[in-house]
Design a protein around this ligand. Structure first.
Ligand code: DAH
Length: 343
């Protein structure tokens, strides 16, 4: 009986030591502990039978059982220490950062040259007391044409220039439509600018695009004259291009202004002597302008006997290209980072 029990204890000890060595993690090792030394553990079960042993047998078995228990506990403690060290080393390896590797480069975005110029333009006009407003790009013909005195049959209404959505709706060809919307909405005094996209059926080349941007300006009040228009445009252009530039007004025709003018700027590069920028002219065509036609005021319920106004429309691409001496419109739309990061 005693020999058998001793052998049994020995056997449990051997198997247990192997199981501990093979325990892959802390949980596995703990499971072995419970299986052997726990309340219902194998070694515990053997020890429970000691009551049946004789007085001589008991200390022999007890000593063996203790020896095995100590060996098991020692093995468990060692295995746990081993597992912890292994885990620690592993995580150090996994989380290691090679500080000698080059970092990830983040490039900082920049404003598009058109945005830079537009913001500047808004600042200039806000400073002069104007409000910035916007209008729809898909617009009714009555706002783009009819109420701007652009009667049926006017070349600007020709389908060659205009994208028609249906007979009464177009992609606006000019921001002048916002003049009408503004005057229908509020009474004078009015001082607004309205920047935005416009659409025309043009082929893409160095100076044309079917989508481009304009900025409209409208002032209506008592006693507004051509002198106000001239003074405003001069202030505007000098802020953008420097105080030495001169303006030239050439008579022109727009259906919604009378009198109308095209406005040229003395070339800020050659000071008017002629260069590649102004194509030898000394002057650069900048914008259209005029005194608001009395019929346009009437169309919007404003009495032309009491009020008068001026208006102008300028191409944003044009003033941007002039500003930065960009010679091809397409550069503004291609989003080539090498181009954009120069501004
Ligand atoms: N709408 C004109 C164009 O697209 C520009 C223009 C001319 C706007 C005269 C105006 C103006 O407000 O008074 O070419």
């Amino acid at each position: 009986m005693i020999k058998e029990t001793l052998a049994q204890i020995e056997q449990i000890g051997k198997q247990t030591l192997v199981a501990i060595k093979e325990g892959v993690d802390l949980n596995a090792v703990n499971d072995v502990r419970v299986k052997i030394l726990g309340k219902k553990g194998e070694l515990t079960a053997v020890l429970k039978t000691m009551g049946k042993l004789s007085a001589e047998e008991r200390p022999v078995i007890g000593a063996k059982a203790n020896e095995i228990r100590e060996a098991v506990e020692k093995a468990i403690a060692e295995r746990i220490a081993e597992l912890k060290a292994f885990h620690y080393e592993n995580s150090i390896k996994k989380e290691a950062v090679d500080v000698t590797l080059p970092g990830k480069r983040f490039t900082l975005g920049k404003s598009h040259p058109m945005s830079i110029v537009l913001n500047e333009l808004k600042d200039i006009f806000r400073f002069m007391g104007y409000t910035v407003v916007s209008g729809p790009e898909i617009e009714e013909t009555k706002y783009v044409f009819d109420m701007l005195n652009t009667f049926e049959g006017h070349p600007a209404r020709d389908e060659i220039d205009t994208f028609y959505i249906n007979d009464n709706v177009v992609l606006r060809t000019q921001t002048s439509s916002v003049q009408i919307r503004t005057m229908l909405e509020k009474k004078p005094p009015i001082a607004i600018i309205s920047p935005g996209r416009v659409y025309r059926r043009d082929e893409v080349d160095a100076t044309h695009s079917p989508v481009f941007h304009q900025c409209e300006a409208l002032v209506v009040d008592k006693g507004i004259t051509f002198a106000d228009l001239k003074g405003t445009l001069e202030a505007f252009m000098k802020r953008l291009y420097g105080s030495s530039v001169k303006l030239r007004f050439r008579p022109h025709h727009f259906p919604y202004t009378e009198p109308s003018a095209e406005v040229d700027l003395s070339c800020f590069k050659c000071n008017g002597t002629g260069c590649s920028m102004c194509k030898g002219e000394g002057w650069i065509e900048m914008l259209g302008a005029g005194i608001v036609h009395p019929q346009v005021l009437k169309n919007c319920g404003i009495d032309p006997e009491i009020y008068s106004g001026f208006a102008f429309g300028v191409g944003l691409e044009r003033i941007t290209m002039m500003r930065y001496e960009i010679d091809d419109l397409r550069l503004l739309y291609e989003n080539d980072i090498r181009f954009l990061k120069q501004f």
